[in-house]
Ligand binder design. Sequence first.
Ligand SMILES: NC(=O)N[C@@H](CC(=O)O)C(=O)O
Ligand SMILES: [Zn+2]
Ligand SMILES: [Zn+2]
Length: 345
Amino acid sequence: MTQSLTLKRPDDWHLHLRDGAMLRAVLPETTRHFARAIIMPNLVPPVVTAADARAYRERIMAACPEGSDFTPLMTLYLTEDTDAEDLAAAHAEGLITAVKLYPAGATTNSASGVRDFDKVRGVLEKMAEIGCPLCVHGEVTDPEIDIFDREAAFIDRVLDPIRRATPGLRVIMEHITTRDGVDYVKSNDTDLGATITTHHLVINRNHILVGGIKPHYYCLPVAKREEHRLALRAAATSGDSRFFLGTDSAPHTDANKESACGCAGCFTATNTLSILAHVFEEEGALDKLEGFTSRHGPAFYGLPESDETITMTKGDTVTYPDQIMTEDGPVTVFDPGFPLQWQVT
Ligand SMILES: NC(=O)N[C@@H](CC(=O)O)C(=O)O
Ligand SMILES: [Zn+2]
Ligand SMILES: [Zn+2]
């Protein structure tokens, strides 16, 4: 018997589209199924001002496939020099939906991020006042801190102090990877939410390292122990509206991944919904999938849910291309390591 599932059209609350040839190649992988996405601003150079965001949005719209009604939700990259008035005007106009905080050096293209959090205090206060949410890459960069402990340390050392100092600031912990992240979100009120990626529901750190190093499973924050993956799965499938999908689909060419110093990022746009249906079914929670992909995110951001739907069906094994071809070279699609039977029809 064919099983089918109808969902409000999903949104992706954390997405890297890059620019130029890469943007043109990866954008259709998202617009095929998603209504909207929060667009990460970590270009080189980053999207720092309202003018940058406006120009980037235009390049994204120009790259959208014919007939697509995809809406990119733009973000600004927070720096120690961010102009609070420029930011507030961009937010008031609806040009930007959120602002992204990268600790300097924490991840791909984060060199212009924040070193001294006191220097952005005024901007964060302005954001709390105007209701502009802050998306956070939550890892400390202190070389003394083990890479597997960087998320937990960030919560204690940076995030909790910022939130206490800035009442009313709405924060999204992006791509949480630990039980600590789940517990911190749950122990707080409605001003705190978290995105969870598809790949962190599937892989733990063994997948990266056992039997040979697997560069396509390397991303930041790096996948943690199995107990953390299980905590993420429980949170995502719980129906708790503070947790929602942000794929963090982050394309890098294979040449840049399969390298002596490989880039961080998993490219999941192509098969994300198939993988998520598989995971939610395994957890006996297919009825919670729509909340995670399509309802909790808009609720947190104060945006309407999509009034369109998609239908997924379960049938014979579906295959996806191993790679997406771009003018810069191939980009490997995330391999969940199990056959997929759910697909969007
Ligand atoms: N997640 C990643 O491993 N990489 C992202 C950056 C980020 O989201 O931290 C990228 O831009 O490639
Ligand atoms: Zn990040
Ligand atoms: Zn990301």
